[in-house]
Design a binder for this molecule. Structure first.
Ligand SMILES: [Mn+2]
Length: 473
């Protein structure tokens, strides 16, 4: 295999020491009474009270007499004897903090104190050879001791328990996320019958998730901090002749060195003609002088996702057309961040961004026509194919339900990715020839504060000059 010139250069420049020292401070200290998860024993903490408050809120949201039945992702075969690496379902993790497979939590109001929740868990109780191969699990005892279950049983007890409870009229309706786990759905159907009405619980949980608590913000800060450092290394490694996968490898290497188990979504390093594929993940191309490369990348830390994008000139300097498009996007990006604050409707930020992007294209002669008709006819979607931004959290596109009026209003302690972009396709005849194939996206992660917002990815520059400076070798 060809040794990586990028890595050799990093090592020769003493960058390893820099990487190792780069992001060591922990922003997530141990909380008292907390339980460290197995994945991140050194830093990520579990605060049982946070999860209990969420469960209390959920049981207050379901009708009296109902229960919630939450399950996590299944384990799926990858090939041969190998499973895909397990990752808990976000809804389940959000309500329980439990990150092992084969788990169900039943929630209902506590009889003694309505408004408070009771949690009955069904979890794996691993014994013997399975422990030798796979290691120990928390088991029912751990579910009670560490995760706040009022009672817990081994997973195999779920079917008889459900059958007995439902036959005794123990639930007028069941709010569940059975779509997440076929095994649990089959167990439920065997216990309750195929006709038993099941309502969707995800909508109710999604309504709880937009505003983050301090522990979530700490995890997001850490994911973004490490992502920013990794991104800086990636940018320093971009040059003609380097393969897209080398940039991916450098960035993910820095994640691993800093306690992040991996990216929160497949890393996108899209150069040259690949740049117009929004979710290009093959990363197999050798970058050429004159290319733009768009890198969309983020770490997952404690199951929380960062999401950052930069657009760079492979040769180290933007040409005139690339610079023009970049600057239009930068203006939209800065304008949105300047006014993001509690009470602001996100839809109006999206409209502002769209108007500025189309105005910029018209002013520079990239396209022609009137701004009003380009927007009202939907023509703008040729150039702005994706959303301007989204929440981040346990999911890189975290749920953010609209209110009754169809709006999404910013509130303090929301964390968002802001990503204005322009995609001018090579074959788009509405675009002046010099600009065809030029794309730009700038994505930063922001925390809504009491009076505005804080850019959590500020360590990663986004001006043209600063990016070009980073690439000077
Ligand atoms: Mn994004």
């Amino acid at each position: 295999m060809r040794p990586s010139a990028t890595l050799r250069r990093l090592l020769a420049a003493g960058a390893m020491a820099w990487i190792l020292a780069g992001c060591k401070e922990s922003t997530v200290g141990p909380a008292s009474g907390s339980f460290p998860t197995k994945l991140y024993p050194y830093e990520v903490t579990y605060d049982a009270a946070v999860f209990k408050q969420r469960r209390d809120a959920l049981v207050r949201d379901i009708p009296a007499g109902s229960i919630a039945l939450l399950t996590t992702n299944n384990v799926y075969l990858r090939n041969g004897d190998i499973d895909y690496e397990f990752r808990p379902a976000s809804e389940f993790y959000y309500m329980t903090g439990f990150d092992e497979p084969h788990a169900v939590a039943i929630l209902r109001p506590k009889q003694a104190s309505p408004g408070s929740s009771e949690m009955i868990m069904f979890v794996e109780d691993r014994q013997g050879t399975l422990v030798q191969w796979l290691g120990p699990v928390h088991g029912p005892e751990g579910a009670v001791q560490f995760f706040g279950a009022d009672s817990a049983f081994e997973f195999a007890s779920l079917q008889p328990y459900l059958r007995a409870m439902l036959q005794a009229g123990g639930a007028s309706s069941v709010y569940a996320n059975l779509d997440d786990n076929e095994e649990v759905r089959e167990t439920f159907v065997l216990a309750a019958g195929a006709a038993y009405p099941v309502r969707d619980v995800d909508t109710l949980i999604s309504a709880l998730r937009p505003v983050k608590v301090p522990l979530e913000i700490a995890h997001l800060r850490r994911a973004i901090e490490v992502s920013s450092q990794a991104f800086l290394e990636g940018i320093r490694s971009v040059r003609p002749g380097v393969y897209e996968y080398e940039i991916e490898a450098v960035m993910e290497f820095v994640l691993g060195l800093n306690g992040c188990p991996g990216p929160s979504f497949p890393t996108i390093v899209a150069s040259g003609p690949n740049i117009t594929t929004i979710h290009y993940i093959a990363n197999t191309r050798q970058m050429q002088a004159g290319d733009l490369v768009m890198i969309d990348f983020g770490a997952e830390y404690g199951y929380y996702a960062a999401d950052l994008t930069r657009t760079l000139p492979v040769s180290g300097a933007f040409n005139a057309a690339q610079a023009a498009i970049y600057d239009i996007v930068k203006t939209a990006h800065d304008s949105v961040i300047a006014i993001a604050a509690p009470g602001v409707n996100f839809n109006s930020l999206t409209s502002l961004s769209t108007e500025l992007l189309i105005e910029g294209l018209l002013q520079r002669g990239v396209i022609s026509g009137s701004k009003g008709s380009i927007i009202s006819s939907g023509q703008y979607r040729l150039y702005i194919p994706a959303g301007m931004g989204h929440q981040i959290g346990l999911d890189v596109h975290d749920p953010w339900p609209m209110d009754a009026s169809g709006n999404r209003v910013l509130r303090e302690n929301m964390v968002l990715a802001i990503e204005p972009h322009l995609y001018l396709n090579a074959g788009d005849l509405t675009v002046a020839p010099a600009y065809r194939g030029v794309c730009a996206r700038i994505e930063d992660d922001i925390l809504i504060t009491s009076s505005g917002c804080e850019v959590l990815s500020a360590a990663l520059p986004n001006t043209r000059a600063a990016l070009e400076q980073l690439m000077i070798r």
